[in-house]
Design a protein around this ligand. Structure first.
Ligand SMILES: Nc1nc2c(ncn2[C@@H]2O[C@H](COP(=O)(O)OP(=O)(O)OP(=O)(O)O)[C@@H](O)[C@H]2O)c(=O)[nH]1
Length: 401
C-alpha cells in the first residue's frame, strides 16, 4: 500500500492555460507530458470558496430531509451512524427522541441539507404541530420501517404521513427505508420488501392517490446499505447530478478508468458516479479507502489545529486483483475514488491531468449555483431595504436616511 497522506509536490500552475484544459484521451497521451500529480496550482483556494456551502445565504435553498417513522424504528441511529461516525453497536444506548431534532449537515459536509429527526409518537392531529410549514420546505421524506417488527402499524402511519405531506407539497420525494434487515435471511428480505411495497401501494390506490411514488430501500446500520440508500436519496436532491455524471463519464472514458465515485468524505455518501452500474463491493471498498485516509491521518498525521482531510490528501492502494484504488481530494468536502487497472495506472500523469480538468469543470458547475444564490440574496436585501426606508427609518446598514 502506498499511502501518501500529506506529501505531494505543490506545483505551480501558470495562469491562462485554459486552452490546455481539455480532457486528454489515452491516444493524446505521450510519455513525458508533464501533467503531474498534485497539479492544483493557484486556483486551489478559489474552489474552496466556490464550493463552500457554509455561506449563510445558501441556507435559503437548503433542501430538507425528514426522517420519520414509529418509535424505535432506528431514525436516530441512522442519523448518528451516517453523519457522526457512531459505531452501530453504540446506538443500542441511544435514548428515545422526544422532540423534533433538526440538524444542519452543511457545516461538515458537501451535502447541503437539513435532517429533521421526528420522535416516533408525533401526532398529526395535534393542532400545535404545524406540519404544513414543515412539509412545505421538504425535499425528501424518509420513512423508516422496522422490518424485524410487525409492520402493520408502521404502514398505516406511512400512509397517513405520505398523504398529509403530499397535500401540502406534491414535489416531495418519498423514500421508504425497510430497516434493520440485518436480522432477516435473504429470502425473507425480498419477501418483506415485496409485501411492504404491495401493501403501501395498495393503500395509495384505495385512496385514489396512485400518482404518489414511493421508493423502497433495504437498509441496516450494520453494513453499507444505509450509506448507499442515503446516497440515492441525496442524489435526487442535487440538481447538478446529470452534469456531474456526464463529467465523470468523460473523465473515465479518456483516462482508462474502470469506475469512479465522487464522495462526500464526512458522510461517505456518494454524490455521483459514472453511468456504469454500482455494485456493493465496489462501494464498500470506496468507504474503506476513505476510512483508511481519515483514520491514519487522525491517528498519526494531525499536527495542531490541522484537519484529517485536506488539499494534499491522496491515497493509492494496489489490490490483489490487478486493480488500483486511487483517492484524490477534490474540495474540502469531496473526494474522487477511482478504480483503475494496473496497466492503465502506468499512465498516472494522464489521469492526473484529466482529474485537474474535471476539478475545474465541477468548480464551474457549482460557480453558477453560487452566483444565483448571491444574486438572490442581493435581490432580497434590496427589497428589504426598500421596504424599510419610506417612513424615514433606518436603512439596511443602520444609517439614518
Ligand atoms: N438490528 C438492528 N438494530 C438497529 C438498526 N438501526 C437501529 N437499531 C436499533 O434500534 C433501536 C432503536 O433505535 P433509535 O435510533 O433510538 O430509534 P428511533 O426511531 O430514533 O426511536 P425514537 O427516538 O423513539 O423515535 C436501537 O437499539 C438501535 O440499536 C439496524 O439497522 N439493525
Amino acid at each position: 500500500m502506498n499511502l501518501q497522506g500529506k506529501s505531494h509536490e505543490q506545483q505551480q500552475e501558470e495562469e491562462g492555460d485554459d486552452e490546455e484544459d481539455d480532457i486528454m484521451g489515452v491516444s493524446d497521451y505521450e510519455d513525458g507530458d508533464c501533467f503531474m500529480d498534485g497539479e492544483r496550482g493557484d486556483e486551489g483556494d478559489d474552489d474552496d470558496e466556490v464550493l463552500d456551502f457554509t455561506d449563510p445565504f445558501s441556507s435559503e435553498v437548503k433542501p430538507r430531509i425528514l426522517l420519520m417513522g414509529l418509535r424505535r424504528s432506528g431514525k436516530s441511529s441512522i442519523q448518528k451512524v451516517v453523519f457522526h461516525k457512531m459505531s452501530p453497536n453504540e446506538t443500542l444506548f441511544l435514548e428515545s427522541t422526544n422532540k423534533i431534532c433538526r440538524e444542519d449537515v452543511s457545516n461538515s459536509s458537501f451535502v447541503n441539507f437539513q435532517i429533521w429527526d421526528f420522535p416516533g409518537q408525533i401526532d398529526f392531529f395535534d393542532p400545535t404541530f404545524d406540519y404544513e410549514m414543515i412539509f412545505r420546505g421538504t425535499g425528501a421524506l424518509i420513512f423508516v420501517i422496522d422490518s424485524q417488527d410487525d409492520y402493520m402499524e408502521a404502514l398505516a402511519r406511512l400512509h397517513l404521513t405520505v398523504t398529509s405531506a403530499y397535500k401540502v407539497n406534491p414535489d416531495i420525494n418519498f423514500e421508504v427505508f425497510i430497516h434493520k434487515v440485518d436480522g432477516l435471511s435473504d429470502d425473507h428480505k425480498i419477501e418483506t420488501q415485496r409485501d411492504i411495497h404491495q401493501r403501501a401501494n395498495d393503500d395509495l390506490v384505495d385512496a385514489g392517490l396512485e400518482k404518489i411514488h414511493l421508493s423502497f430501500y433495504l437498509t441496516s446500520i450494520y453494513d453499507h446499505s444505509i450509506f448507499e440508500a442515503f446516497s440515492k436519496v441525496v442524489q435526487k436532491l442535487i440538481p447538478q447530478l446529470p452534469t456531474l455524471e456526464n463529467l465523470l463519464n468523460i473523465f473515465i472514458s479518456n483516462s482508462g478508468i474502470e469506475k469512479v465515485f465522487l464522495f462526500d468524505v464526512v458522510s461517505k455518501i456518494y454524490i455521483a458516479t459514472d453511468s456504469s452500474p454500482v455494485d456493493m463491493q465496489t462501494y464498500e471498498l470506496c468507504c474503506d479507502i476513505i476510512d483508511v485516509v481519515i483514520d491514519i491521518s487522525c491517528i498519526y498525521g494531525l499536527k495542531g489545529a490541522g484537519t484529517p482531510y485536506d488539499k494534499e490528501s491522496l491515497a493509492i492502494i494496489k489490490l490483489n486483483n490487478t486493480t488500483v484504488l486511487y483517492l484524490k481530494e477534490v474540495t474540502k468536502f469531496l473526494a474522487l475514488v477511482c478504480f483503475v487497472r494496473e496497466e492503465s495506472f502506468e499512465r498516472k500523469g494522464l489521469i492526473d491531468y484529466n482529474f485537474h480538468c474535471f476539478r475545474k469543470a465541477i468548480q464551474e458547475v457549482f460557480e453558477v449555483r453560487v452566483k444565483v444564490l448571491r444574486s438572490r440574496k442581493h435581490q432580497s436585501q434590496t427589497k428589504k431595504s426598500r421596504r424599510a426606508t419610506p417612513n424615514g427609518t433606518l436603512g439596511t446598514l443602520g444609517v439614518p436616511l
